[in-house]
Write a protein that binds this ligand. Structure first.
Ligand SMILES: [Zn+2]
Length: 377
């Protein structure tokens, strides 16, 4: 039986390179793509082929550039006007839930979604080890980065902690060639400046990627600039030493002054920024990931897309964890913004920009690509 060509179309068709097409299409014969281009052109070339609408977008497999798989089983944070600080408390109170079993459940969800890759922050070394052992992929172009979370505010520990982490990463780095390892200094206020500088040195020298939550909430800006605000309740409540010797400047300016910005760093959130800070991020080559639904759930402001686009900083998308997002499907992050941000920007954010965060080339849809490697959303 002869296979007949069919034209797939969607609001946006992105091939993994070039400009995403509005009114574009793919010609599919059997299980393979045989042509792509503007819909009108394809219809002229294949006049007998039926046109099949495939929804909002046709793209290479998407990438979830920021999540915490070990939070996959904790009860979701109820949307709460008290916002970010209460969310941190919710996570602290469920630390015992951050197990390899939770990582397994999160990984299963990502597999079901058919992601091309993911960036994951593991709270415990066991979480990293579990992913190194079980993080396998079907296609050769897929991959992941797992970052071990670092929280340490005591500056006298900086030297010892850096030495220990550098050894740990060196031991892990060759265990799974599809899962790279890196570090995640939690936030600018949860790691001492001494430690942060040393970690960046190691990252640059050894080529380890860093991922850090920065400029997420107004509470973070308040504690960084004035040393006050609701975040100070956390050390009081859990008996940690109080936040002190804070820098008196905004999170991004602080990181710029410390020399932490650069292509080795992926900054997650980047909501509380002014234009000068976006320029600092753009010029330093720092990568940025936005998690829109999590920002909304935590009562944070919306991400300033126009400001980043103005300075040509192309942003990736992440879901953050299941504690602040209803699922790990990064397509739902893009669809959440579909009416507010140019969809061509969003499809690149969900694909190419995510692969860049992971240090992977973006798979391309060309003549001969199996349709299994095309996601319709
Ligand atoms: Zn996060």
């Amino acid at each position: 039986m002869e296979l007949k060509p069919v034209i797939w179309t969607a609001e946006v068709v992105y091939l993994g390179f070039g400009t995403p097409m509005l009114e574009g299409g793919l010609v599919v014969v059997g299980q393979h793509v045989v042509a792509s281009g503007p819909l009108a052109e394809l219809q002229a070339r294949y006049p007998q082929a039926p046109v099949v609408p495939k929804g909002r977008a046709l793209t290479p497999p998407v990438v979830n550039a920021h999540t915490h798989l070990d939070l996959s089983t904790i009860p979701p944070y109820p949307p709460n006007p008290e916002g970010y600080t209460s969310f941190i408390q919710h996570v602290i109170e469920h630390q015992a839930w951050r197990t390899p079993q939770a990582v397994a459940q999160g990984l299963e969800e990502l597999r079901r979604l058919g992601v091309g890759g993911f960036g994951d922050i593991a709270y415990r070394p066991e979480g990293v080890e579990w992913l190194l052992e079980h993080g396998t992929f079907d296609a050769p172009w897929q991959g992941a980065v797992v970052y071990l979370e670092v929280i340490q505010r005591d500056p006298t520990q900086a030297e010892a902690v850096t030495r220990r982490l550098a050894q740990q990463l060196a031991a892990w780095r060759r265990k799974n060639e599809r899962v790279r390892v890196g570090l995640s200094p939690h936030t600018p206020f949860n790691v001492s400046p001494e430690l942060l500088k040393k970690l960046v040195e190691v990252a640059r020298l050894e080529g380890f990627p860093l991922q850090m939550h920065v400029a997420e909430s107004p509470e973070e800006t308040e504690i960084m600039t004035q040393g006050t605000g609701r975040l100070q309740e956390i050390p009081r409540r859990y008996g940690f030493p109080p936040y002190q010797n804070l820098p008196g400047t905004t999170p991004v300016r602080y990181l710029a002054e410390l020399g932490v910005l650069g292509p080795h760093l992926t900054l997650v959130h980047g909501v509380e920024v002014d234009e000068e800070e976006v320029v600092m991020l753009a010029q330093s080559g720092t990568r940025v990931v936005s998690c829109p639904r999590s920002n909304q759930a935590l009562g944070c402001r919306p991400f300033p897309w126009a400001l980043y686009l103005k300075h040509r900083l192309e942003v990736a998308l992440g879901t953050d964890s299941r504690a602040s997002s209803p699922d790990l499907d990064v397509r739902n992050e893009a669809l959440f913004l579909w009416e507010r941000v140019d969809p061509r920007v969003l499809v690149r954010a969900a694909t190419r920009n995510g692969y860049r965060v992971l240090g992977l080339p973006t798979p391309r849809i060309t003549r001969g690509t199996p349709v299994a490697q095309v996601q319709s959303w």
